[in-house]
Every structure is written in structure tokens, then in C-alpha cells.
Design a protein around this ligand. Sequence first.
Ligand SMILES: *Cc1c(COP(=O)(O)O)cnc(C)c1O
Length: 393
Amino acid sequence: MNLPVYMDYHATTPCDPRVLEAMLPYFSQQFGNAASQGHAFGWHAAEAVKIAREEIASLLNADPSEIIFTSGATESINLAIKGVFELMAGKGKHIITVATEHRAVLDTCGHLEKLGAEVSYLPVQPDGLIDPEVLRSAIRNDTILIVIMYANNETGVIQPIRTISKLARQQGIFFFTDATQALGKIPVNVMEDGIDLLACSAHKIYGPKGVGALYIRRRNPRVRLTAQMDGGGQERGFRSGTLNVPGIVGFGRAASLCQNEMEQDVKSISRLRDKLEKAILNLGGTQLNGHHLNRLPTVTNISFAQGVGNQLLKNLLKVVAVSSGSACSSASPEPSHVLKAMGLDDKAAYHAIRFSLGKYNTEEEVEFVIQRVRLTLEEMNSEMVHIQDGLKT
Ligand SMILES: *Cc1c(COP(=O)(O)O)cnc(C)c1O
């Protein structure tokens, strides 16, 4: 067993070796530009991109022509929200989103507010779920876009996507979902789920970093948006720039592996997650954050009575790679905005740890982590008793 044990799969995943193998030729022999239509180097690259586009479309139940490649979910989110806002500016400027969204969504909305957008940030219930009635009453005549993530990166909480999409469709409002965490863990189906736009990323599904996709519905309804990157007109003009062919090939391979193996993989990951979670919650002084059923099978988010500020817990984090708060904002010591939106006080939010598991975790690793958490909590408790004794005398 290698230390530290990696339990931060929601931050990023390693490339599956089969993904890496598929990518390698496109860095060297097959180096062509997919936009070079005049020779075989270009044709080979274009063919590889075509296959990858089909693999990703198939995983989402989309048409390949509805997939736009980007540099990652952050770019896809920017393109979707800014692109729809810009194109629809004449029709309305109201956007609805949720307080627990990823920073990429919240900060993009914040940017648009400076440009005249009006944004409603819906609250969530203590379990992290939105109340569809609250969404319904937030809809206005000038609402152009509803932005609600499929599953939360910190807690794994899965929003009622089909209820949301039905509401949006009835009112003629586009529905955009950030499915970066849901993809590869639970079935995501743009047709059955009624999704108009969807963002996802390769490096969360055992693909490479720096490549993502935006699904843009072409029929019933046809979604239109303004490009945010101008240039050579690649990706049907929605996203100019030479395609990252090796990255796209890796993304495609990762998607097809997901499609074939996800069910099996997730079964064993969720068994490990359940074992870890049950053991930690049994230790006392701990609390599970987020709805315990409507959530991804790969993650457990737990608040400790005494938190990460504690030296003993810091020691634990040296042998277990996890996140306290969101990985994306953990450079700043701010308590998680997601947990605070769920009603946790600063202390409980600050003292939360996210264990996110993946397909390379083993039973042995889970047992090791349980053991270490148990020891740490015992040490912290006896430390507390010492402090209390000291105060008494
Ligand atoms: C990781 C993540 C992102 C950002 O994805 P990048 O491809 O790293 O830009 C966005 N949303 C969610 C929910 C994520 O987990």
C-alpha cells in the first residue's frame, strides 16, 4: 500500500492506463491538426476526434453534433452561461442558480451581474437539496436560464434533475446543468433528463486534465448561444482554437470505459464508501453532511466535532489525501460555501472532511484510513480531557 492513500477522486482522478495508451500516438506519429483538410495527417486527427465525439455523445445519449470540445468544465460553464446570456440579452436578463453551485458557476454569474444580469441564488434545504416549489416561484417572465448542477462536488447530493427540467420546459426556459461529478458515477441521459446544456470534464472520469465538453441541444428546443472564443471557427464556430487531439482521444476512451464498466466499478466503490462512512460515524463526535440517500455513491462528507485546525487531524491528512472544504477553494481557509448554504455554522463547515473514493481504492486502504481516523479521534478526545482537567484545577 502506498502512502498517502488517495481519497480525493472528486478533485481529480488518475488517467486510466488504457486512456493514456490511447492518447500516446497522438502526441507523436499522429500529430496532425484536425482542421487540416488537405492531407492525411489532418484526416487521421479528424477521424480520431470524430470517434471520441461519438463515444462521449453515446455516454450522454446525445447526438455527436451536439458535443463541443473545450479545455474543461470551467470553460464549458463559462461558455454556456455567458453564451446564452449574450445571445438572449434582448429577451431577458434573469438567471436562476443555486447557492451550492461550483465556483465556476457562481463567479460566472457574478461577472454577468456586473454586465446587467439579474441572478437569483436559490437556497437549499439542510440536506442540500433544492425545493422545486422555491424554484417555481423564482421564475419570472424574463428568466432565460436555469443553472443547477447534477450532483454536488462536496457532498455528492443529487438534485431533482427531471423535476427541474420539466419546470424549465413548461416555461420555455433553457436548463443548463454542471454534470462534472455525476458523469461516470450515475446514469446521465440528456434526452430522458430533459437537459438543454451540460458541462463535463475528462479528468473527473479517469481521463486527462485540460479537456472537457459542452453538450448543446440541437432539437426540441434548439439552443443557441454566442461563442466566447473567436478565431478559426472550429467546433461549429462555438469554440475556436486548434483541437487538443490527444486530450480529446483520451476523453473519448475514458467515456467509453465508463459506459462499459461504470456499473461494476461503482458497485465496489460504493461498498467501500459505505464501510468507511459507517465506521467513522460510529466513532461519535462526527456528523454526515448532505442527504444520505440522494447522493453520489463515491463520497462521504463528515464534520468532526473538533476540526482540521487540530494538529492531530493535520497529521491524519499527511497519510490520507482528502479535501477539507472544496478542493478548488482550499487554498483559501474560508469555510465551504456549500456547507454554509446548508445551514452549518462556520465551525462545523470548517471542520468538514470530504472523503471521495474511486476505482483504484482497495479494502486495505479503507481499513487503514478507518484505523487512523479512530486513533486520531481517540487522541483528540484524550487531549480534550486533559484540557478540561487542566481547567478544573
Ligand atoms: C471539477 C469540477 C469543475 C471544474 O472542472 P475543470 O474541468 O477542472 O474546469 C466544475 N464543476 C464541478 C462540479 C466539478 O467537480
